[in-house]
Design a protein around this ligand. Structure first.
Ligand SMILES: *Cc1c(COP(=O)(O)O)cnc(C)c1O
Length: 392
């Protein structure tokens, strides 16, 4: 589907960038017959990502959603538990919570950073939960709250000092969704280091891609081993095929990992390109009606998905009209996701969550073309189209 979309726009939103080494590594897979989930590229790719984010263990998975599903399982989330999650996110982490049979509790976004709002989180825990003898319960539902799943969105980072200390106060393990923030740092530390486990995605539109793929990283060997075990059908004996638990077939293939290895060799260059693109947009689009994407304090952003806010009154049209106008000029843009508490898929379990900031961001935000390979000329075409459309 993304092929059709890309073909329909001469300047697509965010497409993969091949480095030239992918084909060589793929050829090695074919030549050696290591095409499935056993093969040297899988371990090499795991090492590359783990080293890049300073983690001890890594388990490569078929996609980021699978990594999140495993992450929730290994930190101990069980059916009928609740998991606190950012409402302004791509839907994957919320779906993963439901796969476990658990329920999401949605927390609003911060108006300035767009990430999970630590004050709303603290308010919820303080005023709507009971915490006694190490067990945290949602007073309204009576259910146990078992984990926290903050999502680093659009390439920025969650405010980990605040969220981390709240999590410690209530004894909540963190599953960090770092799928959009590969390459970002919070107070100098790579994102992906702030949870008991953290998850990455290598889907086609992410900073680096394996076509489709994901990874769980952790410093905790027990959690890492458990995730690896569950990802490979929980096999105890591979001669007799004895399985010790209901496992999953979630391992990444050597073919996909080969592409990932080639991509990871250029990850620093990719982040630099994203930051360059962001700096150019920020300069060209500092105009009334447009709020450029700003780095939150203490954050070195990967600027994975360059996003601006469009204020209708100042700009002369709203974000959706701008999307349509740019689309007619063959420039692909996209709003931020429908907040998960409003999603028809999850409305039945959102219990009328009030998240006005996420709803406002959903109405006003627009992501602009920001592929690693975006040329200066194409970026110039995007900014001049926006300048022309303003009050035009
Ligand atoms: C991309 C993404 C994922 C994982 O997506 P997959 O397509 O399953 O790899 C998870 N969370 C967020 C926030 C994402 O953007």
């Amino acid at each position: 589907m993304s092929v059709t979309v890309a073909a329909a726009h001469s300047i697509p939103l965010c497409v993969p960038h091949m480095t030239g080494t992918e084909f060589k590594y793929l050829r090695e897979c074919i030549d050696t017959n290591f095409v499935s989930s056993v093969g040297p590229f899988v371990a090499r790719f795991e090492r590359q990502v783990a080293d890049y984010v300073d983690s001890r263990y890594a388990v490569a998975t078929v996609n980021g959603t699978a990594a999140l599903h495993l992450g929730l399982l290994v930190v101990g989330v069980e059916p009928d538990d609740e998991v606190i999650v950012s409402t302004l996110t791509f839907i994957a982490p919320v779906n993963a919570i439901r796969y476990v049979g658990a329920y999401p509790v949605f927390i609003d976004a911060d108006r300035h950073t767009w990430q999970l709002d630590p004050d709303r989180l603290a308010d919820f825990l303080r005023h709507e939960c009971d915490f006694s003898r190490g067990v945290l319960r949602n007073r309204r539902t009576g259910r146990r709250i078992r984990a926290l799943l903050p999502v680093n969105i659009v390439g920025h980072s969650v405010d980990w000092d605040s969220v981390g200390s709240i999590a410690r106060e209530y004894g909540l393990p963190i599953v960090e969704d770092a799928t959009e923030s590969l390459g970002a740092r919070y107070n100098g530390t790579p994102t992906g280091r702030f949870g008991s486990v953290a998850c990455f995605s290598f889907n086609g539109n992410k900073l680096i891609t394996t076509g489709g793929g994901g990874m769980l990283v952790t410093d905790d060997s027990a959690l890492g081993e458990r995730a690896r075990y569950l990802s490979t059908t929980a096999k105890d004996d591979d001669v007799e095929f004895i399985h010790g638990a209901v496992g999953y077939n979630y391992r990444l293939t050597n073919i996909q990992a080969a592409v990932g290895c080639a991509q990871m060799e250029h990850v620093d260059a990719f982040v630099s390109r994203k930051r360059e693109i962001a700096a150019r947009y920020a300069e060209a689009l500092s105009i009334p009606g447009i709020t450029p994407m700003r780095e939150p304090p203490g954050v070195q952003s990967a600027f994975w998905m360059y996003t601006v806010l469009v204020e209708e009154r100042e700009f002369g049209m709203d974000s959706r009209r701008l999307l349509a106008e740019l689309g007619q000029r063959s420039i692909q843009t996209r709003p931020l996701w429908q907040p998960a508490h409003m999603s028809p898929a999850h409305r039945d379990v959102s219990a009328g969550a009030r998240c006005p900031v996420a709803e406002w961001l959903n109405r006003t935000a627009l992501s602009l073309p920001c592929s690693v390979g975006l040329t200066a000329q194409d970026q110039e075409a995007v900014t001049s189209a926006i300048l022309q459309l303003r009050r035009g």
